[in-house]
Write a protein that binds this ligand. Structure first.
Ligand code: AMP
Ligand code: MG
Length: 420
């Protein structure tokens, strides 16, 4: 970030509370798509982000073919729409082979996917054909029309069309489509590397006994899992001693090898925290107080040229701010064109009698048996209550400065959308 934007952003965001929407747009505007791409095999492409459009060089199917096991017929003009016709069966065409030209009035046994021979103009399914004892003739009781059960050339994909667009996150069905046009490798954006570390003298690693005043470091595991789930490579320095030198060293070590640095905790105004002064020393830091709950403190800056996001320390705040702010930022960096989380609408099973100054991201469960899905609150919405996140189907956005009755329609993010 240049000095001009640093000045303007700190002027914009320094003292007063910032809206969640402004923080999100600022972050998304600041994220730049990684420039690094690589070719991967189809088997290795699942979940990766396509870095260029895929054009088909062929039609799919490449030839008119039968949609059924049955008989293909070269109907004469005067046989169209006529009932009770009989035809000599003169050929047999299996999938993978080609038949001979079919003369008017003749039929050929044909199987699903086999090419329609020259001269043939319709297919009747075998269940509708009566085969003569010597199997040399079929009779069809019902009227037959032209082009029945024929899959025409290019029915699925036309040559030269774009079948998959750059910026798409590759799904199993995309891999199938790419394979169907003969593409064996896809050019994708390289995985971004996210460097993380954690500070806080109260933190103990799971597996060790707790001593008085200590808590287990849960954010470390949440953040690493979230980053892995969204397809990042993670460089985890683990717990760093809460000293300025150690924090600066950790930041410098990560800066040289990562596309993004993230931490949790230490971005409130506590005196014990060295993340803030360390980032400021090596780059720049905007410490935002966001008008939201849980959350509030969020740090965004740069360590030299590498972007830095400091999430709050409280586990729910850390999780929610990751989902709402970091995820779209990371997705944009990854080259994903679909980086914004999808907002659905739900109806509240609760009211709000007292307007609150901060937007709340409340953990809710959804009842889908009603016409508009119904959202119920987890009883404890504190930023330390991680059970609320585990219990929840998603997060409902309770607007700031608003009261509402039960049955109000609000924005909703499903947990699967927030961690995809
Ligand atoms: P801080 O943002 O560092 O002031 O931390 C706010 C709260 O989150 C405090 O109660 C911390 O103990 C807690 N906290 C900070 N880091 C972690 C962590 N890694 N795991 C669990 N809780 C944490
Ligand atoms: Mg702390």
């Amino acid at each position: 970030m240049n000095s001009q934007s640093t000045n303007s952003s700190s002027a914009m965001f320094s003292d007063s509370l910032m809206s969640a929407d402004d923080a999100l747009s600022f972050l998304i505007d600041s994220a730049s798509v990684t420039a690094m791409t690589e070719a991967v095999s189809l088997d290795d492409s699942l979940g990766r982000i396509l870095a260029s459009d895929i054009h088909s060089t062929i039609n799919v199917p490449g030839f008119d073919n039968s949609a059924m096991d049955g008989y293909t017929i070269a109907l004469n003009d005067n046989q169209v729409a006529q009932e009770n016709l009989s035809f000599d069966v003169v050929d047999r065409i299996a999938a993978g082979s080609t038949g001979n030209d079919l003369k008017i009035g003749n039929a050929a046994r044909i199987f699903t996917g086999a090419p329609i021979p020259n001269g043939a103009n319709t297919v009747v399914m075998q269940e509708e054909c009566t085969l003569s004892k010597d199997k040399s003739q079929i009779t069809v009781k019902r009227a037959i029309n032209l082009n029945e059960n024929i899959r025409p050339t290019g029915n699925d994909i036309l040559k030269d069309n774009v079948i998959l667009s750059s910026g798409r996150q590759i799904k199993p069905q995309d891999i199938s489509l790419a394979a169907s046009v003969g593409v064996g490798e896809l050019v994708v954006f390289k995985k971004i590397k996210v460097g993380v570390f954690f500070t806080g003298d109260e933190l103990v690693e799971p597996g060790n006994p707790l001593t008085p005043g200590k808590i287990y470091n849960s954010n470390r595991y949440a953040l690493v899992a979230l980053l892995k789930q969204v397809g990042c490579d993670v460089i985890n320095l683990g717990n760093i001693e809460d000293k300025l030198d150690a924090t600066c060293e950790a930041l410098e070590a990560l800066e040289s090898q990562c596309d993004l640095i993230m931490t949790t905790g230490g971005v409130s105004v506590g005196e014990e925290d060295h993340v803030k002064p360390a980032v400021e020393k090596l780059g720049e830091l905007n410490l935002w107080k966001i008008r939201m709950k849980p959350g509030k403190p969020l740090a965004y800056g740069k360590v030299k040229q590498t972007p830095f996001i400091g999430l709050p320390g409280n586990p729910v705040s850390s999780f929610v701010t990751f989902c709402i702010f970091s995820l779209p930022f990371i997705k944009k960096m990854q080259g994903n064109s679909n980086y914004e989380s999808k907002i659905l609408k739900v109806k509240t099973n609760f009211d709000c009698k007292r307007a609150k100054p901060r937007r709340e991201y409340a953990r809710v469960r959804i009842d889908h048996s009603t016409e508009t899905p119904l959202a119920s609150l987890f009883p404890k919405q504190g930023s330390d209550v991680m059970s609320s996140v585990v219990w929840a189907d998603g997060i409902v956005e309770i607007p700031e400065n608003t009261t509402f009755e039960t049955g109000t329609i609000l924005n909703y993010y499903s947990m699967s959308e927030l961690t995809r």
